[in-house]
Design a protein around this ligand. Structure first.
Ligand code: SAM
Length: 304
């Protein structure tokens, strides 16, 4: 009868390898070594997908009906095999959850119907995809580096119907010097997680371009820089870290997982991304789910 209370084969193995006889000998790293990875936590160095799915699921379950509806109206999200979960009847990935939060923030202050939008650094085009699937935009201009531009062109051609796709103008950065875009007018410029990866001079040139051509600006970027090898083991090497530290308008170091340090960096963020003197910040907040990404929306005051 005693036998029934004994360890299963699974736990015999765990006791052989991790929670061994001398497991209690030294508590120094108990909560961040393999002992705790068999007790309370999964090893974060090998469970990235599990943690990503957990985060995605959590955001999906917390999303409002309106946020989910925006995602539902955005077709063909399965292109490119995203890592997904299912919540409240919808297949969700972190990219489009972020997109619905971003577009929701923009919609709260800007009427996108009939708007002309310019996006600088669009990645594969998730934000454009969602905006065009939810609004009758009159034109969408993507400014990007040539290779990424080819990627967004290929992705959006598959994701959008022909009529919407035709409204997109793909502008390579090298054509900006010869005046492309300068004579145009946009109701909104969008920059998401990309000015932080450009040289300070490039950011300044883009802010001038926005000042000249746009009447509103949505920005979502980090509030500063950080040094924390525990996050990714500096897998891309020291040089990549160095390059990241020298880019963007906000280069002060902070602990990005300290909410007070992040809040303290917000005034410099609002000032650093303001395109010019005539611009007012009409709203800002933390950009979910990241601790250190902030979003702000600026509007240009109408000249008398
Ligand atoms: C980290 S990705 C972010 C993509 C997208 N906004 C998103 O959040 O999914 C950075 C983007 O900025 C673009 N980029 C980098 N340097 C640029 C430059 N000098 N001018 C325009 N775009 C640039 C990249 O090609 C890429 O599209």
């Amino acid at each position: 009868m005693d036998h029934i209370f004994q360890a299963s084969r699974q736990w015999e193995r765990i006791q052989d390898r991790w929670i061994t006889e001398d497991a209690a000998g030294d508590l120094t790293n108990l909560k961040s070594d393999t002992r705790n990875y068999k007790l309370s936590l999964w090893d974060p160095t090998t469970n990235g997908i599990r943690y990503l799915k957990t985060l995605t699921y959590h955001l999906g379950m917390l999303s409002s009906a309106e946020e989910l509806e925006r995602i539902r109206r955005t077709p063909n999200r399965e292109i490119g095999s995203p890592i997904t979960v299912r919540c409240q009847g919808e297949t969700l990935c972190l990219d489009y959850l972020q997109a619905t939060f971003e577009v929701g923030f923009i919609e709260s202050a800007i009427d996108l119907n009939g708007a002309r939008v310019m996006e600088i650094g669009a990645g594969y085009g998730r934000t454009c995809h969602m905006i065009m699937s939810n609004h009758d935009i009159s034109g969408y201009c993507i400014v990007d580096l040539p290779n990424t531009l080819e990627l967004s062109r290929a992705y959006l051609r598959e994701a959008l119907d022909e009529d919407r796709y035709k409204l997109i103008d793909f502008v390579p950065v090298d054509s900006l010097g010869s005046g492309a875009v300068r004579s145009e007018r946009f109701d909104l410029c969008i920059n998401i997680h990309s000015m932080t990866e450009m040289s300070p001079d490039t950011v300044s040139a883009y802010l001038d371009l926005i000042d000249e051509t746009c009447s509103a600006f949505y920005v979502k970027n980090p509030v500063g820089k950080y040094i924390d090898p525990s996050l990714d083991g500096y897998l891309q090497g020291q040089e990549a870290v160095q390059m990241a530290l020298e880019n963007g308008p906000l280069r002060q170091l902070l602990d990005i997982h300290d909410s007070e340090a992040v809040q303290g960096a917000v005034p410099a963020f609002i000032a650093g991304y303001r395109p010019g003197e005539d611009w007012d910040c009409v709203g800002d907040s933390r950009a979910l789910p990241w601790s250190y990404l902030w979003q702000a929306l600026y509007k240009k005051a109408a000249r008398p």
